[in-house]
Design a protein around this ligand. Structure first.
Ligand SMILES: Cc1cc2nc3c(=O)[nH]c(=O)nc-3n(C[C@H](O)[C@H](O)[C@H](O)COP(=O)(O)OP(=O)(O)OC[C@H]3O[C@@H](n4cnc5c(N)ncnc54)[C@H](O)[C@@H]3O)c2cc1C
Length: 312
């Protein structure tokens, strides 16, 4: 269903608000609710994620991992996160896996120093480039969009070519951002957007978000260097498939992306139809906010989560 009802919209907002609550996070983490989270968060550490990536590769899928952790507030926090991302890059490449890494700039200092963030991102990109790996900056809350895009632009203008970015189609600004970025030779992941945003920044009506997705997708397939079509929406996926075959878009110029544990039968269908698909499976101590975003996307998941959480 494309239109969210008023109670569903309210549930989504309430769940996303709880996602920002330290108190709820502590309770959920402490009382063994990990059991309920397993469907969406399959790995607790890098060893486990390597196993997940192996399974995905065996099933004909590519993988991408990332980190759940607190926002960096000091250079020491950035160093700790950078070390973990560095371990991910070396390990995935060392194991010969078809998998890469998505970075959250809140881990690399975006909230306190553009210079620290740049230095850290640049070192990680150089490290990934040595393995022939691409990294992508996830997109977080809307106040962080200008700095994220400025960093992407700076790196592209410096000739860094193993970096990608994300645009969220719920943001009113994203179509203009897309037009600005395309001349750089754009590698973009298109998503609808997962955070709680004010109506001044994001379309409140889901129909507008979905329509913007299709408009941006068409432009990306025509003009971007590479488009990651990250959605579980069957209608958007159908449109994408039609456009890809009608325009004969080369396989190297796009891939589908989905989240671990979501729309699993659809994942299989995409791969069986011969399309490239990458599955995202991040891990880390702060999995609570990620879980809440997944519950907010489909409040019916809350029932599934609670049943599992309390059945042990
Ligand atoms: C690989 C990947 C990376 C992402 N990176 C970012 C990012 O950097 N920044 C960002 O803001 N967002 C990111 N997202 C999340 C994205 O913004 C959406 O919140 C999420 O993909 C759900 O929207 P949808 O496109 O699937 O469409 P929707 O219209 O929300 O959902 C379409 C259908 O998919 C299924 N579905 C969707 N979500 C769920 C769920 N949680 N549980 C069960 N079924 C579900 C349902 O059947 C639903 O009807 C990412 C998503 C993916 C797949």
């Amino acid at each position: 269903m494309n239109v969210r009802s008023a109670p569903e919209r309210a549930a989504r907002a309430a769940i996303l608000r709880a996602a920002g609550s330290d108190r709820v996070g502590k309770v959920v983490s402490r009382y063994g609710m990990r059991a309920g989270a397993r469907r969406f968060v399959p790995a607790e550490d890098l060893d486990e994620v390597v196993e997940v990536m192996r399974r995905l590769n065996r099933a004909g899928m590519r993988g991408v991992t990332g980190l759940f952790d607190d926002h960096a507030r000091t250079e020491a926090d950035v160093a700790r996160h950078e070390a973990e991302y560095g371990r991910q890059i070396d390990r995935l490449a060392g194991e010969g896996l078809d998998a890469n890494v998505a970075l959250k700039l809140t881990h690399l200092g975006i909230s306190f120093s553009d210079d620290v963030m740049y230095g850290s991102a640049r070192r990680l990109l150089d490290r990934a480039a040595a393995h022939g790996m691409r990294l992508r900056f996830d997109m977080e809350e809307s106040p962080l969009v200008p700095q994220t895009l400025a960093l992407y632009r700076r790196l592209r203008e410096e000739g860094v070519d193993n970096v990608g970015v994300v645009l969220q189609t719920y943001l009113r600004r994203s179509e203009a951002d897309l037009a600005d970025l395309l001349p750089l030779g754009l590698n973009v992941r298109l998503v609808k957007g997962a955070y709680l945003e004010p109506a001044s920044a994001a379309y409140p009506d889901k129909r507008d978000v979905d329509a913007a997705y299709v408009r941006m997708l068409e432009r990306c397939l025509a003009e971007a260097e590479h488009t990651a079509i990250a959605t579980h929406d069957p209608a958007v996926l159908r449109t994408a498939r039609v456009r890809i075959s009608a325009a004969g878009v080369a396989r190297e110029r796009y891939e589908f992306q989905m989240l671990y544990g979501i729309a699993v039968p659809l994942q299989r269908k995409i791969v069986d139809a011969g399309y490239p698909l990458r599955i995202a499976a991040p891990y880390g101590p702060n999995w609570f906010s990620y879980l809440m975003r997944r519950l907010a996307e489909r409040p019916a998941n809350l029932g599934f989560f609670l049943r599992n959480a309390f059945s042990r």
